[in-house]
Design a protein around this ligand. Structure first.
Ligand code: HPA
Length: 276
């Protein structure tokens, strides 16, 4: 399905007609992290299925609705449930929500995900500030910007040298410091999934410089940057990646760790929003 400006604008108008104020900040809540949306006040809820052409999340742990309201006085639009490439959608469909956010005038995108720890020091329940990413799906030809360039949003060859906004990263560090919260930092490797990595995959990723690995986020960040948004990203470490092949990774494990991660993410995101 070719995503056109008409499709994007129809969605933006459909959302606009149902909300009172203009959201400034977009929030994508990853696997098991949807509970964060409960912190949003004066919320208007729009199930994805009520939006024409909006891809619907099919995975356990993803509710599948927009929650639009206020968090720390900032107007936010949160995706409670994201869409993944492995569900069978195209890269353009996966990133359609980010395009719609851009047409709604949203200038800052906060992305969250569940990720496996490659860095041996990280433990389940940790939160990692994403300082950069490895676009492994893109290196194998899966980039959401492949196809005609949407000139209305950005250039054919967008820069990705500072994908994660340095000022926003500094703000997150400050909030963590002040809240006495351990904030890890590192590089997120984005794979297509849905199979988890083999031990050899993981050893390769470690040599390549990855600290955490997951099945999302990178394509959204590329589209966000293409459209000039500032991006802040957090990985909730849900499991230790199985580099030696002696343990098993499961979706249930990933979902369970959400309980530890959501309160930390809430502190971080609230703190950042307060300081904006
Ligand atoms: N690998 C890939 N994706 C993930 C993982 C993992 O170990 N944990 C959560 N999402």
């Amino acid at each position: 399905m070719q995503i056109t400006l008409e499709i994007i604008d129809r969605l933006a108008q459909s959302i606009q007609s149902r909300i009172k104020s203009q959201p400034h900040i977009g929030l994508i809540l990853g696997t098991g992290l949807g509970g964060l949306a409960q912190a949003i006040q004066n919320a208007t809820i729009i199930p994805y299925r009520e939006l024409p052409d909006w891809p619907v999340s099919t995975v356990m742990g993803h509710t599948g609705q927009l929650v639009i309201g206020e968090l720390e006085g900032q107007p936010v639009l949160a995706m409670q449930g994201r869409i993944h490439y492995y569900e069978g959608y195209t890269m353009q469909q996966v990133t359609l929500p980010v395009r719609v956010m851009q047409r709604l005038g949203i200038k800052i995108l906060i992305v969250t995900n569940a990720a496996g720890a490659i860095q041996p020091d990280f433990v389940p329940g940790d939160v990692m500030l994403i300082t950069d990413n490895l676009n492994l799906a893109g290196m194998s030809g899966l980039n959401p910007l492949i196809g005609p360039n949407l000139d209305e949003f950005g250039p054919r060859f967008p820069d990705m040298s500072q994908a994660y906004d340095r000022q926003l990263c500094d703000l997150a560090r400050k909030v963590a410091r002040e809240g006495n919260l351990l904030l890890r930092e590192g590089v997120y490797a984005g794979l297509s999934g849905p199979s988890f990595e083999s031990p050899a995959d993981l050893r390769f990723l470690r040599i390549a410089g990855a600290d955490a690995v997951g099945m999302s986020t990178v394509s959204e960040v590329i589209v966000a940057r293409h459209g000039g948004m500032r991006v802040l990203g957090f990985s909730g470490i849900s499991n230790k990646a199985n580099l030696d092949g002696n343990s098993i990774t499961s979706h249930e494990e990933v979902l369970e760790s959400g309980h530890l991660i959501v309160p930390k993410l809430e502190t971080l995101i609230r703190g950042v929003l307060r300081s904006l």
